[in-house]
Ligand binder design. Structure first.
Ligand code: 5GP
Length: 205
């Protein structure tokens, strides 16, 4: 059966733990993950080519001009973008692929690829989100304030996602997201080619 992979977009407020959810989906369920490019500085422990492709502004803008990004955006003063080639190749090979991207990027993906599955990971409350950002200790107070302001903008588009999952308990959250993806790939609308193949086979009987 020749079936395209599912394009899965996972977004969520900064600090909600979506990175951890995505890492577990990759390690436990074998999903492919698109590694984004960014102009922000690497955080401690981040490796080029694993968490991100780290590049300077000039390199990033060149790639924009060459149409090298599936989508890209500016987020809290830095560029972030999804390299086009790996995403298109994975989908054509029938592999599911996860993009962990922010809301503007997610909306752009949905526009150019309406079959994409959009999942938003939310915190149980904004207070818990702020506490997590502070305890993570990777950003200073000014950046935390910027990221929370960004969350206010992002909340406006939460209702455009297909699913909202609350990350109150990590194990439950990972399980819920995986079930949503599995269910989505079984939808008739995502299997029209398979349905046609079955009909064609039946005609030959
Ligand atoms: P961080 O700096 O915390 O790693 O990421 C900041 C935000 O950028 C997160 O919401 C993350 O999901 C988003 N992001 C990461 N890569 C991409 C990308 O390729 N495209 C878009 N639109 N957003 C991205």
């Amino acid at each position: 059966m020749n079936k395209k992979g599912t394009l899965i977009v996972i977004s969520g407020f900064s600090g909600v733990g979506k990175g951890t959810v995505v890492k577990r989906l990759v390690s436990e369920y074998g999903y492919n993950l698109s590694v984004s490019a960014t102009t922000r500085a690497p955080r401690e422990g981040e490796v080029n080519g694993r968490e991100y492709y780290f590049m300077d502004k000039g390199e990033f803008e060149n790639l924009i001009d060459y149409g090298g990004f599936f989508e890209w955006t500016q987020y809290v003063e830095n560029y972030y973008g999804t390299p086009r080639k790996y995403v298109e190749q994975s989908l054509n090979e029938g592999k599911d692929i996860i993009l962990e991207i922010e809301v503007m990027g997610a909306m752009s993906v949905k526009q150019q690829y309406p079959e994409a599955l959009l999942i938003f990971i939310a915190a149980p409350s904004i207070k818990s989100l702020r506490d997590r950002l502070v305890s993570r200790g990777t950003e200073n107070e000014a950046t935390i304030v910027k990221r929370l302001k960004k969350a206010t903008e992002e909340a406006c588009d939460m209702d455009k996602y297909d699913y909202i999952v609350i990350n109150d308990n990590l194990d439950v959250c990972v399980e819920e997201v995986n079930s949503i993806i599995r269910g989505y790939s079984c939808r008739c609308a995502n299997n029209l080619q398979f349905i046609q193949e079955i009909k064609d086979e039946l005609k030959e009987i």
